[in-house]
Write a protein that binds this ligand. Structure first.
Ligand SMILES: NC(=O)c1ccc[n+]([C@@H]2O[C@H](COP(=O)([O-])OP(=O)(O)OC[C@H]3O[C@@H](n4cnc5c(N)ncnc54)[C@H](OP(=O)(O)O)[C@@H]3O)[C@@H](O)[C@H]2O)c1
Length: 279
């Protein structure tokens, strides 16, 4: 991956896919910001453990990459603004932004449309949609500042933002055993992410590429909420016959962040083992 010595901000690095991306970036000598929400002790504990692991990988590789962990509640524009300012003060550059945060709470994925409480609807929307927008509003100008220096030397580089959506946003709506749709509040938020990408592509051209990764069933924390039977049937619905590993979603994010994807812009890349088209 052509990201060595670049600076990448990973939101939701204390979560499953974000952690996998951080470990991948550590192997590749990337300067990295490990973001976590800081909303409870466990969030900080996971971020601290990851920071330690990333540093030990860098040391074993003899890499002098810079890594730091930052807490931020991404639902607050004010907090995101100060987060971005602190990152730029400390790192002096931002080349890539991987937006891998997202609201999650036990049982929410199985709810029927109209059954979400107002607080649940708001938490999903404010975290997944508004949190992603606030990060783009605050970090994209810093990415532009970073790449403009290189572009002035005649190299047509662009920074990269990667957003996360989900297969229901592409029309593959999950159903329960009675044929009722489930997870509507998440699908609505993940569909809005597509619009967030389209606008950002226009607003930050030609300095920033913006793309989406849309995973299917990735084996992270939320899967603990499912019974063995539910897990088995989710695997069986996928042409590959299995769940996606966090590393498999993270490697596509890493590709989009890197200059290997230098002409990829305004795209949604589905990482679902063929689920969307295979149903
Ligand atoms: N796993 C899947 O099957 C799947 C499929 C499709 C799409 N996705 C999407 O992919 C993304 C990552 O999924 P995942 O499974 O890795 O999720 P995860 O393990 O639940 O991690 C979610 C991350 O979001 C952070 N977060 C939550 N609320 C936040 C807030 N208010 N401010 C800042 N950070 C906040 C969490 O921080 P703390 O832990 O520090 O609180 C955590 O790092 C999510 O957007 C998810 O919806 C996942």
């Amino acid at each position: 991956m052509n990201l060595k010595h670049r600076t990448v901000v990973i939101t939701g690095a204390s979560g499953g896919i974000g952690r996998a991306l951080a470990l991948r970036c550590a192997e590749d000598g990337v300067n990295m910001v490990i973001h976590y929400s800081g909303r409870n002790v466990d969030s900080k504990r996971r971020a601290d453990a990851l920071l330690k692991k990333v540093r030990s990988i860098a040391m074993a590789k003899g890499s002098n990459s810079k890594v730091a962990a930052f807490p931020c509640d991404l639902t607050s524009r004010k907090q995101v603004s100060s987060f971005a300012e602190q990152v730029f003060d400390e790192f002096g550059s931002v080349d890539g932004l991987a937006l891998l945060h997202g609201y999650s709470s036990a049982g929410l994925w199985k709810k029927h449309s109209g059954d979400y409480t107002e607080a649940e609807e708001e938490s999903i929307w404010r975290t997944d949609v508004m949190g992603s927008k606030y990060c783009i509003f605050e970090f994209a100008p810093l990415i532009i500042k970073t790449v403009q220096g290189v572009r002035s030397q005649g190299v047509p580089v662009a920074g990269s933002v990667v957003l996360i959506s989900s297969t229901p946003a592409l029309g593959s709506i999950p159903e329960d055993r009675d044929g009722r749709s489930i997870g509507e509040a998440f699908s609505a938020a993940k569909t809005a992410i597509i619009s967030v990408m389209r606008h950002a592509v226009v607003d930050y051209k030609p300095h920033v590429r913006v793309n989406i990764v849309a995973p299917g069933n990735v084996e992270t924390g939320w899967a603990l909420d499912l019974s063995e039977k539910e897990k088995r049937s989710a695997a069986e619905e996928t042409p590959l016959g299995r769940w996606i590993k966090p590393e498999e979603a993270a490697s596509v994010v890493a590709f989009l962040l890197s200059s290997d994807a230098s002409a990829v812009n305004n795209q949604i890349i589905v990482v679902d083992g063929g689920y969307v088209t295979g149903r």
